[in-house]
Design a protein around this ligand. Structure first.
Ligand code: PLP
Length: 393
């Protein structure tokens, strides 16, 4: 039997063999300390929405740093208010929505868990349900919703009253009842290998959680702020959740997370929950500048178009059996468990991708990519696939 220690040491060894020291980035490229250039199609795992050193990002950071970098949360700032208003408008929360700012996806999810707890106390319900295959973070609460033995076992015991169900509509029907306080789901399970929820899942989840008085919380840390070609992936399904967690692309490389709610929630009464850095003027100024750039330059359309172009480009390449995901969050399934080898072969040729599972390669490039990047990717990726296919014969 393989233990978590075996798995962890294998992961470490893998990492040791291929860890490059990156020193600079520009657009969709990064350079290591030896001067080698890489095409970055991982984007910090769905973070660098505008690529590296985008003038809008650089300008927002430097201007705000020179104006007002941080104040205590006894005070509000225009940067906070502007970003909250922008997120509420884009998410369609209406006036009653709220935004809580944190510094990461895990923290945004901790906030969601506290929201679920308050709801549980108010209603007498107990359980928070998440999905098998989910990744919601590695802090103790978010880890409790991330049912992977490698991540969880060393840190037991985790939160009580958490249940996991399969991401199927049958499991949903059986698993959501009057004891459930909240259901937390990713619209596309990124870490599981870019696995979208089954058709109709979110819609049925909304119906069942409403019928049983439970909250529906969507974790859009990886899928949110344009990554799938919609502002938020839940919008594709025509539902409205009770809350949504965000991070990663929201400030395109500046640490920022948020929990957005779609109704009145006690969590947001002063004093119930807080964070020293969360929502500071620097992070929120960058967040607003990034969202404005995406909106003003029509980048969502580019995400949709380039996503389709990339999926067509990899079809029929050696080892590739299919693609899945949405927009510029794409998983390419392989015919054998050689994703680690493909990732390493790609990196040796100057292309950064990752392998969330043994038979899936994930890409999450910048929303700004054009024909040149798509062509460069296709050339490098196809060479890496051919190399691995030949060596496995
Ligand atoms: N939720 C999802 C869906 C994620 O993909 C991640 C990170 O990969 C997290 C939460 C955790 O975010 P962070 O690493 O910023 O804490």
């Amino acid at each position: 039997m393989t233990t978590w220690q075996d798995e962890a040491s294998r992961d470490l060894l893998n990492l040791g063999g291929r860890l490059a020291l990156l020193v600079r980035g520009e657009g969709s490229h990064v350079w290591d300390a030896d001067g080698t250039r890489y095409l970055d199609f991982l984007g910090g795992i769905a973070v660098n929405a505008l690529g590296h050193a985008h003038p809008v990002f650089v300008d927002a950071v430097s201007r705000q740093a020179a104006t007002l970098a941080h104040v205590s949360n006894y005070f509000a700032t225009p940067q906070q208010l502007e970003l909250a208003a922008r997120l509420k408008r884009l998410a369609g929360t209406g006036e009653r929505g709220h935004v809580f700012f944190a510094n990461s996806g895990s923290e945004a999810n901790e906030t969601a868990i506290k929201l679920a707890r308050l709801h549980a106390h108010k209603t007498g319900k107990r359980t928070i349900v998440s999905l098998n295959g989910a990744f919601h973070g590695r802090t103790m609460g978010s880890l409790s919703l991330t049912p992977k033995p490698l991540y969880q076992d060393p840190f037991q015991p985790l939160l009580p009253d958490v249940a996991h169900i399969d991401p199927t509509i049958e499991a949903l029907e059986a698993g959501i009842d009057d004891t459930v306080a909240a259901l937390v789901v990713e619209p596309v399970q990124g870490e599981a290998g870019v696995v979208p929820l089954p058709d109709g899942f979110l819609k049925r989840a909304r119906e069942l959680t409403t019928a049983h008085g439970a909250l529906l919380i969507v974790d859009e840390v990886q899928t949110g702020v344009g990554r799938t070609g919609e502002w938020f992936a839940f919008q594709r399904e025509g539902i409205v959740p009770d809350a949504m967690s965000l991070a990663k692309g929201i400030a395109a490389g500046f640490p920022l997370g948020a929990l957005v709610t779609f109704g009145d929630h006690d969590l947001f009464f002063p004093g119930t929950h807080n964070s020293t850095f969360g929502g500071n003027p620097l992070a929120t100024a960058v967040g607003s500048a990034v969202l404005a750039e995406i909106e003003d330059t029509g980048l969502l359309q580019n995400v949709t178009d380039r996503g389709a172009q990339l999926r067509a480009a990899v079809e029929g390449l050696p080892l590739v059996t299919g693609t899945r995901g949405a927009g510029l969050l794409i998983g390419m399934t392989l015919s054998a468990p050689v994703a680690g080898e493909v990732r390493d072969a790609a990196q040796r040729r100057g292309l950064i991708v990752n392998a969330p599972t043994a038979d899936v390669i994930r890409i999450a490039p910048a929303y700004t990519i054009g024909d040149a990047e798509v062509d460069e990717f296709t050339t490098l990726f196809s060479a890496a696939l051919s190399e691995v296919a030949a060596s496995d014969m």
